[in-house]
Design a binder for this molecule. Structure first.
Ligand SMILES: Cc1cc2nc3c(=O)[nH]c(=O)nc-3n(C[C@H](O)[C@H](O)[C@H](O)COP(=O)(O)O)c2cc1C
Length: 202
């Protein structure tokens, strides 16, 4: 089993909820699948550039490329290959302004490539990936239910884009309402950790 583990929190390992939850998911997956390999990518630390004019130029199949464009094209290909090689993708993502951090969105823009990870057909788009994903999410407020459910664009967005790319099975683990006070923070983490135990039995 090849696991691709991605973190995107702008908080460090000592304080981040999603880093802790994604690490627990990976540890449990490794325990349940001896011999599993893990590729780790921290998009908050090794930031990918926004997809801009230069990146699009680097992606063009033809034409002269200088060293910088060649390096950019090589990095994009490596990101796609890394994702294609994964049987399981574990993504740690906090909610920033109702959705994913922009650093994670950049990664998504780099790997969602027509002809590589999805393709358009006469009957619509088709994902070219397969496998399973686990999402380790956290938010200050509560969005899975209640008055703010309509502005939940984190789990819904990540699930949609992964399914679009062909990763049909997406499991969501979330610690919600962590800003509502220490008790709710603790309860939210305990409930997320319990869910991890249910999802991945050793
Ligand atoms: C830049 C930023 C934007 C945030 N936006 C939201 C938001 O829209 N809704 C929310 O409920 N919490 C929001 N939060 C709170 C985080 O989602 C929450 O603290 C979460 O636990 C962070 O995950 P982490 O501990 O893994 O970093 C935001 C935090 C930051 C730093």
């Amino acid at each position: 089993m090849n696991i691709l583990h991605i973190d995107s929190s702008a908080s460090d390992a000592a304080t981040s909820h999603t880093r802790r939850l994604s690490a627990e998911l990976v540890d449990k997956l490794k325990a349940a699948n001896p011999g599993a390999s893990v590729v780790y990518r921290d998009v908050a630390v090794d930031r990918l550039p926004h997809v801009d004019l230069t990146i699009r130029e680097a992606w063009l199949p033809d034409g002269e490329k200088d060293d910088a464009l060649t390096a950019t094209a090589t990095r994009s290909k490596a990101l796609v290959d890394e994702l294609k090689a994964a049987d399981v993708v574990v993504i740690g993502s906090p909610m920033y302004n109702f959705t994913v951090p922009s650093t994670l969105k950049s990664w998504i823009d780099h790997v969602s490539i027509a002809g590589q990870t999805f393709q358009y057909t006469a009957t619509g788009p088709k994902g070219l990936l397969s496998g399973k994903a686990y999402l380790a999410l956290s938010s200050g407020g509560i969005y899975s239910q209640g008055p703010f459910a309509a502005v939940e664009h984190l789990a819904t967005y990540l699930t949609s884009i992964l399914r679009f790319l062909g990763i049909g099975e997406v499991e969501v683990v979330r610690a919600e309402g962590v800003a509502y006070g220490p008790d709710q923070d603790k309860a939210a983490m305990a409930s997320a950790q319990e869910r991890i135990g249910t999802l991945v039995a050793a």
